[in-house]
Design a protein around this ligand. Structure first.
Ligand code: GLC
Ligand code: CA
Length: 530
């Protein structure tokens, strides 16, 4: 068994609701994904992470699971999932499911039983109290919800429709392991584990993340499920740092393959309004954080390299000047994909998609955005400021449908898209970019080929890391080296122009159509030096 096989994976995240609709109801589905497998194979990625598509009332768009064993009818059937797993494999793609193990939906049979009576055998699956403390829910309001039938409160770190599971219960843990094994036996490659840092929580002690039993639990999960096979696992960890990350990823500890960290994004958050009011991006601050990750103990850590996901507004809007959209989209990918770690592409990154065009507060579908429109005003923002904060930060920005064509419905649906706030703009869609050798899509395909090429594989996977040109505060520049061979990346993370240093070697990747002796706005070069 090759336990580090995942180090050669390049992962594409699909938000099933917004990827491809096959039946005209305006919502993406599994059959839609199946129809796009040739596209994904041609892109060159090796694994697909699907945001949850299990049965769900969709209060948090599927992150509220009502049945771990069934696909939600809106996405298709269990047979569709079997077909997807099988067909994907033929296209060289393996499936990663998104497992939400911190909480279920309030519609889950376990919870329905647990809330009905204190005698229920599922009572111990959840967290109850007659004297709730002051912990607040991430989506706003108290984290405790009154349950009339049993005259006490249940705990929910997210929406009231997402009761937290009690990981102290062995019976509950075994029930989750069964669900994971069910999908592993069907041939899925692994899991992205939603807010996994919360499963060691001790609410009575106000401990949510990084609880005392967290790693013991993860080790048990590993041993009882995916640890028995060749797999990939990615934990979502908002509160880990470079040191605590190694507790998850040190192979000797047998927990997870890797974790997502978010301190690079968090570095720009406002101390009072958090993510809802970011200060301007500074490449140097960002760079220091991602470089530091490269320097943590190589034996014990492995990075995740991503700019976007379904929870954060597009990096193109957050961090670049859209006047240079095409160059910047290419630069974002090329600047970090050659670091040590697994590159993640979020659907639409590869065509340079940007945030949605929200004109009214009624356009938002996400519970977090809807709640925060009020919360931000209660905290002191004017109505206008709250609206602007949502436009910049709401998660719906990342969830608008994939742009396959420039036509109405974007080739995503023949009906009306469930979230229809894309701008009606030319270009930046698959059908047009396919034909254009200088498009973002063509660049992604080329970059992925290089990343997978045997000639550079060892440098990218195992090579040492050394930052370059640290005095240039707006650059991301570094060298990866393995024996005598080197890859050198120089990226200009600004709209300024600099003289281009002379670098010997062959240009593997470059994002402008011509070359000068300058490093122009958002220009990036990748060199190979032997
Ligand atoms: C994770 C998911 C997010 C969800 C939350 C609660 O952060 O990525 O979409 O709302 O967990 O499940
Ligand atoms: Ca559909």
């Amino acid at each position: 068994m090759n336990r580090s096989r995942f180090k050669d994976d390049i992962v594409y995240q699909i938000y099933p609701r917004s990827f491809q609709d096959s039946n005209g109801d305006g919502i993406g589905d599994l059959k839609g994904i199946i129809s796009r497998l040739p596209y994904l194979e041609k892109l060159g990625v090796t694994a697909l992470w699907l945001s949850p598509c299990f049965k769900s009332p969709m209060e948090d768009m599927g992150y509220d699971i009502a049945d771990y064993y069934s696909i939600d009818p809106v996405f298709g059937t269990n047979e569709d999932m079997d077909e997807l797993i099988k067909k994907a494999k033929k296209h060289g793609l393996r499936i990663i499911l998104d497992m939400v193990l911190n909480h279920t939906s309030k519609e889950h049979e376990w919870f329905k039983s647990a809330r009905s009576s204190k005698e229920s055998p599922y009572r111990e699956f959840y967290i109850w109290s007659e004297t709730p403390n002051d912990i607040q829910s991430t989506f706003g309001g108290s984290a405790w919800e009154w349950n009339e039938q049993t005259k006490d409160y249940y705990f929910h770190l997210y929406a009231p429709g997402q009761p937290d599971l009690n990981w102290e219960s062995r019976k509950m843990r075994n029930a989750l392991y069964d669900a994971c094994n069910y999908w592993l036996e069907k041939g899925v490659y692994g899991f992205r584990l939603d807010v996994i840092e919360n499963i060691g929580k001790e609410v009575e002690n106000h401990i949510l993340q990084n609880g005392p039993h967290l790693h013991e639990r993860l080790h048990e999960l590993n041993q009882k499920t995916f640890g028995r096979k060749e797999s990939i696992t990615i934990g979502e960890c908002w509160c880990a740092d470079n040191n605590t990350r190694m507790l998850y990823t040190d192979p000797k500890r047998e927990e997870l393959s890797m974790v997502f960290l978010f301190n690079d994004w968090g570095a720009f958050h406002d101390p009072y309004y958090g993510k809802w009011k970011c200060r301007p991006f500074e490449p140097k601050i960002y760079r220091d954080i991602i470089y530091a990750r490269q320097f943590t103990d190589k034996e014990k850590s492995w990075d995740t390299l991503f700019w976007n996901n379904h929870d954060i507004p597009r990096a193109l809007n957050r961090y670049t000047d859209l006047a240079y959209r095409k160059q910047a989209a290419k630069m974002l990918f090329a600047s970090t994909m050659f670091l040590r770690g697994t590159p993640f592409i979020y659907q639409g990154d590869e065509i340079g998609m940007v945030n949605g065009h929200f004109q009214s507060i009624n356009d938002y579908q996400d519970i977090e955005a809807i709640n925060h429109y009020q919360i931000l005003q209660e905290k002191g923002m004017s109505e206008e400021e709250a609206k602007e904060a949502l436009e910049k930060t709401a998660r719906d920005n990342a969830r608008i449908p994939m742009r396959w064509t420039a036509r109405k419905g974007y080739g995503f649906t023949k009906g009306k898209p469930w979230l229809d706030v894309g701008k009606d703009e030319k270009g930046y869609c698959v059908s047009e970019e396919e034909k254009d050798p200088s498009s973002v899509l063509s660049f992604y395909r080329k970059a992925i080929k290089i990343w997978k090429n045997k000639a550079y594989r060892k440098i990218i996977r195992d090579g040492d890391f050394q930052p370059d040109y640290l005095e240039k505060e707006e650059w991301i520049a570094y060298t990866r080296m393995y024996k005598e061979k080197r890859l050198r990346v120089i990226a200009n993370f600004s709209a300024h122009t600099y003289p281009l240093p002379e670098i010997p070697g062959k240009i593997l990747l470059h994002n402008y159509d011509d070359q000068t002796n300058e490093l122009r706005p958002y220009e990036v070069f990748v060199f190979f030096v032997e």
